[in-house]
Write a protein that binds this ligand. Structure first.
Ligand code: GDP
Ligand code: MN
Length: 385
């Protein structure tokens, strides 16, 4: 789960990581008042679940309350497109109004899970404020990686090494070390998959401040973080993905036009691979799960059909715990309720396959049956859309 910058900064504050003074607003008048509160100058920051705002007009330094009001007018209600949002952008309905910082030095600090190391790694770079992907591509030697033993935690010698890699002088070294240690506690306590500060700044008067904050929470740990669940902002999520999550259907929206209905995550992955190999492009990953009812299958199909990109639907069901007749009923239910005419290719095997195919065959829908996944993918590829 992704959360907003202002929420991540709330968490940082609880752990003693210094952040700029700030006020969250949702109207231009509030932005103006908040800027007055900050002494007449501020940074106006669009709150979306993506970075790259600085380059895309989502972060503006303002020199007067009126200027902040105008900036807020421009941003609020808009759809901000940044290099990280994709072309559809993300809606801006909240702004963080912060006091202006006096930046002497911009650093990069992050913690994430490294699969190779099988544990957390802390990443630091003196090239903060930049696109870290660009630094990784052009100056990889400028990013230092410290693997952390999850049982030992971040050890003092590691913190000292990281501070040294950041090239910090004596005046700020101990404060920077405190921030790194606190960041590690944020990461572990909250079951984060990513914590990133870009930039972590050194101010003109030698304070260490998190100017930006990004936190990704591990969805599978949300059951033990009731308080963090409150941070969810559905308006920032893909609408279909949010709907699927509420129905407990594993669904990821993709770019193609082939809607895919599959039971089992592994089978769904294989279906995407074989479909792509046949020259067609999947519109989604969808695992409807094992114990699905006709209603749940129908909900899954409706999610697929309500994606405007979808022109054809590939069904790949291996009937076991989910029987083929239940799947067939669910598909017909969804098509009848939506009145959709989108053609189907169906590959079904396993429990009650004869009944399942009969339900679909008698339904009057445009269905092509295939025996193998390869044949199904080829049949889908041949449907002219
Ligand atoms: P992002 O582009 O979405 O990652 O948003 P950031 O919060 O990182 O802001 C982008 C850039 O705006 C930062 O790297 C800073 O260079 C600049 N910026 C943000 N706040 C301030 C501020 O208070 N003072 C100054 N001078 N620059 C700021
Ligand atoms: Mn940033």
């Amino acid at each position: 789960m992704n959360i907003h910058e202002f929420q991540a900064k709330e968490i940082f504050s609880r752990y003693g990581i210094p952040v700029p003074r700030g006020i969250v607003v949702s109207t231009p008048a509030e932005a103006k008042a908040a800027t007055k509160e900050m002494g007449g100058q501020s940074v106006v920051k669009a709150q979306i679940h993506a970075g790259g705002r600085g380059k895309s007009g989502g972060v503006q330094l303002t020199r007067s309350p009126e200027e902040a009001e105008v900036a807020a007018q421009r941003m609020l209600g808009s759809n901000l497109v940044t290099p990280q949002t994709g072309p559809e952008g993300a809606p801006v309905d909240k702004l963080l109004i912060e006091e202006l910082a006096d930046i002497k030095n911009e650093l990069y600090v992050a913690l994430t899970i490294d699969r190779g190391h099988r544990g957390p790694v802390m990443l630091v770079s003196t090239q903060g404020g930049m696109d870290i992907e660009e630094v990784a591509a052009n100056d990889p030697q400028d990013i230092y990686t410290e693997p952390v033993d999850p049982l030992m935690g971040l050890m003092p010698f590691q913190t000292r090494r990281l501070v040294r890699k950041l090239g910090l002088d004596q005046a700020v070294a101990s404060d920077a070390a405190k921030v790194l240690n606190a960041l590690y506690r944020v990461f572990v306590d909250n079951d984060c998959s990513l914590v990133e500060i870009n930039p972590l700044i050194i101010t003109g008067d030698d304070r260490v401040v998190a100017l930006d904050a990004k936190i990704n929470l591990d969805d599978d740990s949300m059951f033990r973080h009731a308080d963090l669940k409150e941070y969810r902002d559905i308006s920032q999520e893909n609408a279909l993905e949010a709907q699927a999550a509420d129905l407990n259907i594993a669904y990821v929206n993709l770019d193609g036009d082939v809607g895919c209905l599959v039971n089992g995550a592994g089978l769904a992955m294989a279906t995407l691979d074989v479909t792509t190999a046949a020259g067609a492009a999947p519109a989604n990953f969808l695992d409807v799960g094992g114990g699905a009812t006709p209603e749940k299958v129908s909900s899954a199909v409706k999610i697929i059909l309500s994606d405007p990109k979808v022109r054809r639907v590939l069904v790949n069901i291996f009937g076991g715990i989910l029987r083929c007749d239940i799947a067939g009923e669910g598909i017909v239910l969804a098509y009848n309720e939506t009145g959709s005419k989108i053609p189907l290719v169906v590959r079904m095997l396993g429990t009650n396959v004869v009944e399942g195919k009969k339900i679909l065959g008698d339904s009057g829908l445009s269905v092509v049956f295939a025996d193998t996944l390869t044949e199904a993918a080829e049949a889908i590829q041949q449907i002219k859309v």
